[in-house]
Every structure is written in C-alpha cells, then in structure tokens.
Design a protein around this ligand. Structure first.
Ligand code: ADP
Ligand code: MG
Length: 464
C-alpha cells in the first residue's frame, strides 16, 4: 500500500467477531499502525493533519511537501507534546521523527511572541553533524511560516562563524553534544530560556560516547523544561538516561521494539561470501543494478572504505565517507552522492549514521556489522518513507556470533534464510575456534585483504 496511508480513507477491515468491530477508531488506528502508548491519560492520536489544528500556513507547507497524513509517530506524539508533557518515543529510522518534534517546537515558539532574545527556546541534540544539518534543513523548510530562526553547532568546523550566528539570536539550536559542550564551557551560550529539550537518536549518541557531554549540557537547562527523547532501540543505557532526564514521560512505541524488526519493504539477501571473493561479488551486484541507482556499501574500516572506493570508483562512480575525511571532503562526497554524480557511497557506520538521503535503492554490507542492531539500522537506509529497497549482505564464517540473531531478523521480516547461514548458526564457533589467534581469523577466507580486515581496530572509524 501507500507509504503513509491517508487514514481518512482506511476502513477497518471486515473483522467478524464483535469484540473486534467494537474497537473505537483510536484503538483501530493504534492497532493498524502498531502504536502503543503508555502513561497517564494518553490523548488520542491526530489521525489526519486536519485533526492537528495546526495554523493554516503550517498545513500549507505540509501539503506542499506532498504529505497526505501524519506518520504514526507524529500522530501519536503531537497531541502529547502539545500538552507540554515529556515523551520517550521508540521508533525505527524513517518514521518521521524529525517533524514529530519540530511541529510542537514551532507551536511553542508561536505562542511566545518575543522569543529567544537571550539564548534559544528549543535545544535539539543529535549525534552527527550530518544529522544536525538535516534537522536544520527541516526547520528552515517547515519553520518558515512560523518565522523560526535556527543555528546549527557541530564539530569539525571553525567555532567563530557558529558563535557569530548564535549571537544574532536563534529560537532553535541544533547541536552535536561535543561542540555544544565546548561552547558551553566557553560560556558563549545561555540556556536559561530553554523550555524544550529534544534528544534525537539518543541511543546513537550514547553509542558514540556522548553521555558525559549530554549530562553536562542538561545540567544547565532549567528543570521545568519539557523533554522529548527519540531512540530507535531501548537498551539499558537508554532507559537509564531516560529515567534520569525525563519527568513522568509518556512512552510511545511504534512497531515492535523488543524484537529487532526490520522494515518489511526491504528485500534482504544474505550470502556467505569468503573474504577473497567479496570485491568480485560486489562488482557483480553493482553491475546488475539499474544505472544511476543510489547504493550504499558499508565496510568495517576506514582503510577498506578508501580501498574499495578507489578500485570501483571509476567504473561505478563511487566515493568514500568516513571519520578521517575533512568536513569539506565529507560535504563534497555527500553532495556528489545526493546529486547522483557518484551514485555509490562507501561508508563506515559512524559516517553513515543518521543520514537521510532520499531514494537509496540498495544497501550492501560488504562486512557484517558488529551486531544485528547495526544491521537493521544499516539496511534501514533504504526502503524509507515507504519506498522499496534491497540489501545484500556478505556473511562469513567469522560472523558466526551474529548468525542466530540475523536469522531472527530475516524470519521476522518474512525473508529467505540461506541454508549456509543456518549451518553457520548450528556450527557456532566450531571450526572457528576460540583457541586461535584472532589475528589469523581470515585464514579460512584467504588473505587478510592488505591488513584492512575488521580486526584491524586501528582503522575503525572512531567517534567524533
Ligand atoms: P526519522 O528521523 O524517523 O528517521 P525523518 O524525520 O528523517 O525520519 O523522516 C523520514 C522521511 O519521511 C523524510 O524524508 C521526511 O521528510 C519524510 N516525512 C516526514 N513526515 C512525513 C509524512 N507525514 N508523510 C510523508 N513523509 C514524511
Ligand atoms: Mg531522525
């Protein structure tokens, strides 16, 4: 069906038993969209844009963007956020979280006619520069009607310009925790006016080691603020920071987060490919795609990224992005990719986190990531906003630890599980014994690829 069905047209299917037909429209909506919300007196979702009561200028911009109805996360979190309550929202990527918090922020700013003379009213924390600038783009696009000003603060660029912009006054500051904390320590930002704090991709920020900076920042924000936290996963660390920073939050889940659910509109191919064969197989896959299709190839190390981009670059139009590239290079590469000039992006996990690049057709996992959560996150780069996508994953004997979890994800999304992967899951580490030196782990698959394999921890993309 359409990506975000126009709910006013969706009728509950013929259900038979009266117990089902007696569900209220709200219950039907929540059931159909896999929304659960827990907390005191949770308001009904806004099933249509008209339900939101947003000012007509805002609705016009939404219609101009071609959106037909709120995404489930927007539908359920907007009415809660507009009651000034704290929210922890758990939803996978591509679910429309950004406007989920920006709309309530715009409404808040419109209510304060004289906003942000002495520092921002809204603070959004996000894990990476790319994500932060994408959020700023959404603010500029959808906040125009509300005359919202926005400054973006991130590392890897000189502070001077960012500070100058900040001085001019910004209603919304979007920042990565590292840079914001630096600016805070320089006493160049005043948080006393902040009344809405957003933590976007909280799980990623914690993964990247930003917890101390986040806590220092939040310590400076008045406690009577409203806090909205978004996360794709719900591990212990995230639960802890949520319980420390939020007050009596409503928890909203979209889809089932207990199982790692992959987007069902992605066709997932998994193949067991020995290390030595990977490049040849990659080239085959690239050749089989429609010309100009956007493709992301994930590998585990920066050096491998560069090496692959170099060797396939001319033939397929590929460029690498990772944490060692200067900010200028990263911008350039992303622009080449977005514009389709180099349709193949070779990336590490860290560099690719949070990127919302439209119309990615294919994700290739050249190396299996360190964990199935990352796998789901990676393939979530495609199939966004209802488009269909494909993923190819090279699995090898040394990834045996992830075989069982991977099978669960594949089965959960009604995908084929290759018998070789089942065999690896059954064998476990046998034939790939713990008694062996980990540095020799490639000997089952041939040469160590010039020392750029996944055990080359020195080359891994670090945190920024
Ligand atoms: P997330 O942060 O959950 O990964 P985003 O906020 O980046 O998701 O949104 C993913 C894509 O969906 C973006 O391109 C965004 O413009 C689009 N989008 C947001 N809201 C809607 C909507 N109501 N209908 C259709 N598309 C939407
Ligand atoms: Mg997002």
């Amino acid at each position: 069906g359409p990506p975000f069905p126009n709910n006013s047209l969706v009728k509950p299917p013929y259900a038979g038993p009266t117990s089902v037909t007696s569900l209220s429209p709200v219950e039907v909506y929540r059931q159909q969209h896999e929304v659960t919300a827990s907390g005191d007196n949770v308001p009904a979702p806004f099933m249509t844009f008209e339900d939101t009561g947003f000012p007509p200028e805002i609705l016009r911009e939404i219609h101009a963007a071609g959106f037909t109805s709120p995404t489930p996360i927007q539908a359920q979190t907007w009415p809660i956020a507009l009651q000034s309550r704290d929210i922890v929202a758990i939803a996978k990527t591509g679910s429309g979280k950004t406007l989920g918090y920006l709309m309530p922020a715009f409404i808040l700013l419109r209510q304060r006619c004289n906003h942000s003379q002495n520092g921002p009213t809204v603070l959004v924390l996000a894990p990476t520069r790319e994500l932060a600038t994408q959020i700023q783009d959404e603010v500029l696009k959808f906040g125009r009607a509300s005359r919202v000003s926005c400054t973006c603060l991130y590392g890897g660029a000189p502070k001077g310009l960012q500070l100058k912009e900040l001085d001019r006054g910004a209603d919304i500051v979007v920042a990565t925790p590292g840079r914001l904390n630096d600016i805070l320590e320089m006493k160049k930002i005043d948080f006393r006016q902040v009344s809405l704090l957003v933590l976007d991709e909280a799980d990623r920020m914690l993964d990247m080691g930003f917890e101390p900076q986040i806590r220092k920042i939040v310590d400076q924000i008045p406690p009577h603020r409203q806090t909205l936290m978004y996360t794709a996963t719900w591990p212990k660390e995230v639960r802890k920071i949520a319980s420390d920073l939020l007050v009596n939050p409503v928890q909203v889940n979209i889809g089932n987060v207990d199982e790692l659910a992959a987007n069902k509109s992605i066709t997932q191919y998994v193949e067991v490919v020995p290390q030595m064969e990977k490049q040849r197989r990659l080239e085959q896959i690239l050749r089989s795609q429609e010309r100009g299709s956007k493709i992301i190839v994930f590998c585990s190390t920066k050096r491998l990224c560069d090496q692959i981009a170099r060797s396939i670059g001319r033939t397929f139009g590929a460029a690498a992005i990772h944490g060692d590239k200067s900010q200028g290079e990263r911008d350039w590469v992303l622009n080449q990719f977005r514009s389709g000039k180099s349709p193949v992006l070779v990336a590490t996990d860290v560099a690719a986190r949070g990127l919302d690049i439209k119309d990615i057709r294919v994700v290739v996992n050249y190396d299996f990531p360190t964990g199935v959560e990352d796998y789901v996150h990676r393939i979530g780069r495609t199939g966004r906003a209802g488009a269909t996508g494909m993923s190819y994953t090279f699995f090898s004997e040394q990834d045996w630890k992830y075989a069982a979890d991977l099978i669960k994800v594949l089965e959960g999304a009604n995908q084929q599980v290759p018998p070789e992967v089942r065999e690896i899951a059954l064998r476990g580490g046998a034939g790939f014994g713990k008694d062996r030196n980990p540095m020799n782990r490639f000997d089952s698959g041939g040469p160590v690829n010039g020392g750029t394999g996944r055990w080359d921890s020195g080359g891994r993309d670090g945190m920024r």
